[in-house]
Write a new protein. Structure first.
Length: 296
């Protein structure tokens, strides 16, 4: 039902923008050429007939053909997937490492200058738009200092700036969630008991506190996957990163409806699968949790 709803909304919202033939073919295309284009791609049919035809093809594994490239959509998207996955994993690793580490330390040093500084960092990261931060990093580290490339995909240096920018976009939620979860666990009686028995602080933090605080932290990973793709669209465009995000911008600009629908369908499928994996991880982290309670 999730996929049906996504395809339905995407399909009809795109059609509300009007007939794409003029943009795809150019402003000098004749009426006869536009009519031929509409007939070829079924745009002269009622919307319901167009949708039924589209969903029937999707169920057969056919996402259609790009109007712009005149090629099957799936190979076009899959060609861009490795670049997006590379950026996604790098930015998620950066945001998770920094966010979890600062969140744990902020909770352990509650109401200290370090705690205030970390919360200030969260506000700063949330307040600065992603595109502005990207341009700021390009000017500072790429143009003025000349340390890192400002665009394209190549060696590790090309990955640093877009990964950090996208990671900083994700990091505030990780930090806030980690800090709140750790603070909640620190108030539990078993933590006080462990400390009262003389258990080393490192063991208390990582064995008793962090493990029990892991469930809300894991939960946000499912949320961040969707956020990751939305942030990647801006980041990939600014840094000329040849991924799916940049492809969807080109598809929107060129009114390439089949490509847009294919990307949205694939991204939504990935998000659903990731959230299913997160639900399974609940059980792994805490065996007391049953799958019935997860979906209750």
């Amino acid at each position: 039902m999730v996929w049906v709803g996504i395809t339905l909304v995407t399909f009809f919202l795109l059609r509300l923008t009007g007939n794409p033939a003029r943009i795809v073919l150019g402003q000098f295309a004749s009426d006869a050429v536009i009519q031929e284009f509409n007939q070829k791609h079924g745009l002269d049919q009622p919307l319901l007939i167009q949708y039924i035809s589209y969903i029937t093809n999707v169920l057969r594994g056919d996402l259609g053909t790009s109007w712009r490239f005149a090629e099957p959509i799936l190979p076009i998207i899959m060609e861009r997937v490795p670049a997006t996955l590379e950026l996604a994993f790098a930015s998620l690793a950066f945001s998770s490492f920094v966010g979890i580490l600062l969140g744990v330390l902020a909770a352990l040093k509650r109401e200290t200058p370090f705690d205030y500084l970390s919360r200030g960092l969260v506000l700063l990261a949330q307040g600065i738009p992603n595109f502005f931060l990207a341009l700021l990093f390009i000017i500072l580290f790429g143009v003025i200092l000349g340390w890192l490339p400002t665009g394209g995909r190549g060696d590790f240096k090309h990955l640093v700036l877009p990964a950090i920018v996208l990671g900083l976009y994700l990091m505030p939620l990780t930090l806030r969630t980690t800090r709140g979860a750790v603070l909640d666990i620190l108030e539990q009686n078993y933590v006080r008991t462990a400390r009262g028995k003389g258990v080393r602080e490192n063991s208390v933090v990582w064995r008793h506190v962090f493990r029990n605080a892991a469930i809300p932290i894991v939960t946000i990973f499912g949320v961040q996957i969707a956020t990751l793709f939305s942030g990647a669209i801006i980041t990939e465009t600014i840094f000329s990163w040849p991924g799916v995000g940049r492809l969807i911008v080109a598809a929107v600009t060129g009114r390439d409806f089949p490509v847009i629908q294919g990307i949205v369908l694939i991204i939504s499928t990935v998000v659903v699968i990731i959230n299913l994996i997160v639900d399974i991880l609940y059980r792994v982290i805490d065996p007391r949790i049953s799958m019935d309670s997860v979906y209750a």
